[in-house]
Design a protein around this ligand. Structure first.
Ligand SMILES: Cc1ncc(COP(=O)(O)O)c(C=O)c1O
Length: 326
């Protein structure tokens, strides 16, 4: 718990109602028309601009396979979400990381310079970025879109917690693909639901790489139900954002260096990693520690409930003071 940037509040689904529409012997509608129409209305796009998947990880993979060929260059910043590299390696692509220095602010001028020089096929941006929580301003993404012919994926997995979406620009920029998930703000990680939003022509190519029936009928029913009850989701997001601000102000008071986050997690620096690891595991908590040299002294803490956050803050403080949690 507190390691995978999950939502501490599970989505509230009216399961009894949902189950009456599930026929275990039947495949889901492979076009997902009802779900696409409802989702399209909710986010104000057309259903032909959507490709759905078994989590956004799967959609990311279909998108990379649809838009690039093996040996094409794909570029992203580092540090960022590790799946980008893993999927590019599966594709046998050349994955290039533009390494950022602390505090790891994404530098779009550097990205444009790189793109002009090396002509990558695809650029992947994570906004807000995992694991730093930093955001890229909308104007900077537009600057990139206007100065490259590469496809640009903007992974907005954490956009419900902060930052500005570039979703309204999918018609204007044919090279833009936005990825979203219901695993973070919507508290539905267990059911695996994510989607890509892009121009009709890009979506047709992405759809050609997805397996039929890739979203199961329980997920379809639950997402349809959830789309009728979005107020509770919004309240949960607000609680998490309030907790983020509170925890950051406590870290500030404790003189613990951290990177200002716009996600549902905080990347902070610990002077006593081994003690912290031990205290967390004694209390059945976990956090994300990094092997990567540039993040070696950092820990990523996924925000939990107020009570969980307080317990963890106590442990962090105890470790920083050089003593074990009691
Ligand atoms: C930036 C980012 N994108 C995508 C995902 C995966 O989302 P999903 O659960 O929809 O596969 C994660 C999960 O941690 C993530 O951090």
């Amino acid at each position: 718990m507190l390691e995978k940037n999950e939502n501490p509040y599970p989505a509230q689904i009216e399961w009894v109602k949902c189950l009456t529409n599930i026929h275990l012997n039947r495949y889901p509608d492979s076009d997902y028309s009802e779900l696409k129409n409802k989702l399209a209305k909710t986010i104000d796009v057309d259903s032909c601009n959507l490709s759905l998947g078994n989590g956004s990880d799967e959609v990311l993979q279909s998108t990379i396979f649809a838009l690039t060929s093996a040996s094409d260059e794909i570029v992203s910043f580092s540090p960022t979400f590790s799946e980008y590299k893993r999927i590019c390696e599966l594709r046998d692509s050349k994955y290039v990381e533009i390494k950022l220095e602390p505090p790891y602010t994404p530098d779009m001028k550097l990205m444009v310079q790189h793109a002009l020089k090396y002509n990558p096929k695809l650029i992947i941006l994570c906004n807000p970025n995992n694991p730093t929580g930093q955001i890229i301003k909308k104007a900077e993404i537009i600057y990139l879109l206007e100065n490259t012919s590469a496809y640009v994926i903007v992974d907005e997995a954490y956009i419900d917690f902060g930052g500005e979406s570039v979703l309204p620009y999918i018609q204007k920029y044919n090279n833009l693909i936005v990825l979203r998930t219901f695993s973070k703000g919507y508290g539905l990680a267990a059911l695996r639901f994510g989607f890509a939003i892009s121009s009709r022509s890009n979506i047709e190519r992405i759809e050609s790489k997805r397996a039929p029936y890739n979203v199961n009928q329980f997920t379809v029913a639950a997402v349809l139900n959830l789309l009728d009850n979005l107020e509770s989701i919004q309240l949960n997001i607000e609680k998490i954002v309030m907790e983020r601000e509170r925890v950051q102000s406590v870290l500030n008071r404790m003189n613990i260096p951290y990177i200002e986050s716009s996600g549902n997690f905080i990347l902070f620096k610990s002077r006593n990693l081994s003690n912290l690891k031990e205290s967390l595991s004694e209390a059945s908590f976990s956090m994300r520690f990094f092997d990567d040299n540039s993040l070696k002294s950092y820990v990523r803490f996924s925000l939990g409930t107020e009570q969980q956050n307080n317990e963890v803050l106590k442990m962090i403080l105890a470790c920083e003071e050089g003593r074990q949690h009691d």
